[in-house]
Design a protein around this ligand. Structure first.
Ligand code: G3P
Length: 220
């Protein structure tokens, strides 16, 4: 399973990248706004910097909501760097834009997927990726991971090569479940990524090893 980092924070991307844990990056307007980027020029610069840092796909989301405007915005974003993947919301206009962009060879990540048939439509439109938001489904008492399992089954049934990015991940268990389900990608917030590394028994075990080493050392 590929690990993407779900952030627009360059320091977080750099740190995760140095750990070898970044196969790609996903951003969205909320994440960009969180780091103070909410203008087109600043967004272009940020996406360019992320692409230079990471040797993998970097999702940049369009703001336009009409199909032709989405497609034009997407073309401009795709021209920034070969790593750019265009994030398009799952709407009727988004499907039209996805179809146009896929025909031009521009990779699209259809986002805000909350039910399996939306993912089927996105794949039929030519999406390279879909992003089911599992945490937000869990929030309303639906099992988010069931959505991922259903999408994987549908894609397997019909041989779609659209990759499933498990998004809206809130805790390490989501990452485990994504891997058990066979998802292609998990896009993980920095804080959750760091929690994957740790276990209290690892810390206790290491402290004991070091204490034992000190205990029986011959005195100088
Ligand atoms: O990749 C989508 C993600 O950023 C949404 O996460 O936690 O806002 O539901 P969340």
């Amino acid at each position: 399973m590929k690990f993407f980092i779900d952030t627009a924070n360059l320091a977080e991307i750099r740190e995760a990248h140095s750990l070898g844990l970044v196969d790609g990056v996903t951003t969205n307007p909320s994440l960009c706004s969180k780091v103070g980027v909410c203008d087109p020029e600043g967004f272009r610069r940020l996406i360019c910097e992320i692409c230079e840092l990471v040797q993998g796909p970097v999702s940049a989301e369009v703001i336009a909501t009409e199909a032709e405007a989405m497609a034009q915005e997407a073309r401009n974003l795709a021209a920034i760097h070969r790593h750019v993947v265009i994030k398009i919301p799952m709407t009727a206009a988004g499907l039209k834009a996805t179809r146009l962009l896929a025909a031009e060879g521009i990779k699209v990540n259809v986002t805000l997927i909350f039910q399996p048939v939306q993912a089927l439509l996105a794949a039929k439109a030519g999406a390279a990726y879909v992003s089911p938001f599992i945490g937000r489904l869990d929030d309303i008492n639906q099992r988010g991971m069931e959505l991922v399992e259903q999408i994987l089954t549908i894609y397997d049934n019909y041989g779609f090569d659209t990759e499933v990015i498990v998004a809206s991940i809130r805790h390490p268990l989501h990452v485990l479940e994504a891997a058990m389900a066979g998802a292609d990608v998990a896009t993980i917030p920095y804080a959750v990524l760091m929690r994957l590394i740790n276990h209290p028994l690892t810390d206790i075990g290491l402290a004991k090893f070091l204490a034992d080493w000190q205990k029986n050392r011959p005195s100088p």
